[in-house]
Design a protein. Structure first.
Length: 139
């Protein structure tokens, strides 16, 4: 493994001058190339056009999210972690014979559910409080 890391380092060091030249390519030339590589990569993953449609829909959604000032990072994180989460929930339900109370009877799982619930509700509460304080300060 050390030899592989050293070889990767040497190849990376040798490729730096070529990568710097990529920075000089104009966006109107570089963007279509990136889009083509993304489409080919999405299709090659499972040989499915559905993956390409999902990739394009996610790109369009993230574009509009950025225009509205909404962070795209949580969306990407959810997309990456959702399959793992689903698998673990299925395992927990299989172990508990389909009993949903297993998520609230154990202190650790209840703690994490409460944290998740708090993180979901907190932005709404903060926004509501800010609106009320702004109305009071304007009046």
């Amino acid at each position: 493994m050390y030899i592989g890391n050293i070889i990767c380092l040497l190849i990376g060091m040798a490729a730096i001058p070529f990568m710097v030249k990529l920075l000089r390519i104009q966006n109107n030339i570089l963007a279509p190339m990136i889009i083509v590589v993304c489409i080919v990569g999405a299709y090659a993953n499972n040989n499915s056009m559905f993956d390409v449609v999902v990739m394009l829909a996610a790109g369009i959604l993230s574009y509009f999210m950025q225009k509205k000032g909404i962070g795209v990072t949580p969306l990407i994180l959810a997309y990456v972690l959702a399959p793992l989460f689903e698998m673990k929930v299925r395992q927990a339900l299989a172990i508990s014979n389909g009993d949903l109370t297993t998520f609230v009877t154990k202190p650790i799982s209840l703690f994490f559910l409460l944290i998740a619930f708090t993180l979901l509700i907190a932005p709404v509460i903060v926004k509501t409080v800010k609106k009320k304080t702004e109305k009071r300060s304007l009046a």
